[in-house]
Write a protein that binds this ligand. Sequence first.
Ligand code: ZN
Ligand code: ZN
Length: 404
Amino acid sequence: MKKSIILIVMDGLGDRPAEVLRGRTPLESAYTPNMNHMARHGISGLLYPVDYGIVCGSDTSHLSLLGYKPEEVYTGRGPFEAMGLGMEVHSGDVAFRANYATREGEIITDRRAGRIEEKTDELSNSLSMKIDDIQINVRSGVEHRAALVMHGPGLSGEISDSDPHEVVRPVRTIHAMNEKSEKTARIINEFLERSRKILDSNPMNIRRKSEGKPPANELLLRGAGQAPFLPAFGEKYGMKGAYIIGIPMIRGIAEMIGLEKIDVPGITGGRNTNYVGKLKSARENSEKYEFMLMNIKAPDAAAHDMDPAGKVEVMERIDEAMENLIGIEDRALVIITGDHSTSSTTGEHTGDPVPVTFYTGSSRSIGAGGFNERECSRTGFSLKSGSLMTYALQITDRLEKYGA
Ligand code: ZN
Ligand code: ZN
């Protein structure tokens, strides 16, 4: 039997030296004996997300890690933002990023409805409707933010925004950019017409007006994109795959390629997640599935909070849980890496490469002194994320000969 592949993506793993850590990165500062063991005995080096120097979002980088070329399949942020709010998005659906805004007559006077703090869930729920054969759903995010998904046949993402992008400007009619997007434009304009009446008569908006607050009476749409038609993972690689993921956006990608969900109680997609539960579950399921994708969001969350010491703590908690995978190398290939670097000094993603280790018993080893940016760069081994799956298939003897 061929070894199963367990791909563990520590989100925002890589970092830069921080002054508060005396010139070391969080990963260099953390006590990580288990990952160091893997790095010493595995094939270790640096992984470049998508390509050299590209500053990736988690969406493009995960697609690339799974062997889907973002330059071919990535169609804009809309569908991925909608997935990020936990909305169901199917291949072919068209999704927008949306803002609740304030409209007086035709004119947008506040693009964020005063950065509305009241919950807008009820507004969003009231906007779900079917026009012809297209189902439209809206879901609220934080403050004024929301997303809209159109589901049904014959849609196209090649349409303009209704968002004028500045005040004080009239709201725009959405235009089709070509013939095949005419249906989409017609239906979404019809939706906007109807939504204005619904929002104007909503009790919360009537009350806000009477209190002198800007009402949330326009849903501004921008960044339309059509969810890509991705070949199913099982067909692409001939492996039965599953995922263990807390954050909705990456879960959405995993669902879209047909990975099965492994439920682990207490996983949150945040820093307070059930680290041990996740890694234990990977071990327990390593015979049932030939491939597992795990995302651990916590390092990225700590870095966005500009908390280098917090990122150190997160890495140590992950390492403790990683003990569950020591000894599994006879029946599985464990890949530990990240989807991109996130600087805990600036709180932003960077284009720096991330450490990677392919940990398995039988392969040749390219050992690094430890699992961190500096030690992994010293081996001289590197690859781009788009080659990761091919490399993993090779190590687990799944590749056919190329040539005679
Ligand atoms: Zn990420
Ligand atoms: Zn991030």
